[in-house]
Design a protein around this ligand. Sequence first.
Ligand SMILES: Nc1ncnc2c1ncn2[C@@H]1O[C@H](COP(=O)(O)OP(=O)(O)OP(=O)(O)O)[C@@H](O)[C@H]1O
Ligand SMILES: [Mg+2]
Length: 394
Amino acid sequence: MHGAVRDPQKLQELLDAVLLVQGDLDLDTVLLRVVEVARGMAGARFGALGVIDDQGTGLSRFVTSGVDRETIDAIGPLPRGSGLLGTLILDPKPLRLDDLASHPDSVGFPPHHPTMVSFLGVPLRVRDQVYGNLYLTEKEGAPAFSEADEDLVVALAGAVSVTIENARLHDRLREAGRAADRERIARDLHDTVIQQLFAIGLSLQAVIPLADDVIRGHLQSAIDDLDETIRQVRTTIFALEPAPVDRKGLRARVLEICVAATRSLGLEPEVRFSGGLDTAVDEATAGEVLATLREALSNVARHAAANNVTVELTVADGLQLRVVDDGVGLPPRDARAGLPPRDDGVGNGIRNMVERAQALGGSMELRAGPGGGAVLSWRVPLERGGEGTVGWPN
Ligand SMILES: Nc1ncnc2c1ncn2[C@@H]1O[C@H](COP(=O)(O)OP(=O)(O)OP(=O)(O)O)[C@@H](O)[C@H]1O
Ligand SMILES: [Mg+2]
């Protein structure tokens, strides 16, 4: 009967094989074991497992068994899923061929590739999705793979599905765990080690005036050593921290923009910060808030004739920019919240600022100030708050 494994000895082999595979949780190891077991069960000289990429059209991984390292190197790039391998990706069902070169989709082999004639391909499903394909070639001791071989490999493919899913989950968890570990170590180094070194340095500094010249020299060099140690620990923290996007923090860039606007404004804006601006705000959001600040200050300079301007940047459960001026106030039709784009074709500034906020899932309001002038309030959500990130002394 096609589609089931009836031979008790073969069934036992299959069970053993699954148990063998299940011992390993690392995904690469599991995939290799699956290929090896499939090869053994079907009596194939060569075996491979191709994992289908996210687009579902090619292969993202290709694990082989039976081909030695030198041959793999000589062949060059691994197959990406064209030809017969592509056929199995697009039409995932078992494919058994006496001579694979005779299949219309066959595109032949690259130079140095071992000769392969008989072929058995079986899709691997994980959670109802085609995860990849098992390819077996060169049946040993016979010209081609049999129906029984096919049944066995199909049964194996079904049996290892959960194992592959588990291994995938474990891989992801391990990655997440590593990232979390790095963050924790970086935080610990910063919060405990650096702070303690600082404290020691300060207490040494405090006793310098009490010491005689000789001891003072020793103390000073101990303090210098501490400074150097702190620098080294900081370097280590930088190396541990993932993706340090821009070493020049958001605060520094906000101040730069305010200083640059001073001339056109005829005054220096008062700037207030609160919350973990430099660590909690990702680079994309930072770019948008800075562009908004530039436009807001240019509007104040051009339209407000203000005597005072305040710029506030706050990280709480999101990022908020407020630009408050005490100028002439908004023209009557604009003096309401959530301005729509002006229809006289003059200004794009407000529309752009609104769109920048909306693109990040936030919003903007431009209102009349309580005692005159205008209040611009631009807010966007943040991925995560300031917690769990590393801040920097100095
Ligand atoms: N702080 C402000 N005080 C007074 N009026 C303002 C202020 N900000 C904006 N406005 C009014 O809102 C209008 C629309 O602003 P918007 O930035 O969209 O266009 P614009 O500045 O006129 O032109 P653009 O920004 O495209 O160069 C301005 O023309 C001005 O009348
Ligand atoms: Mg403008």
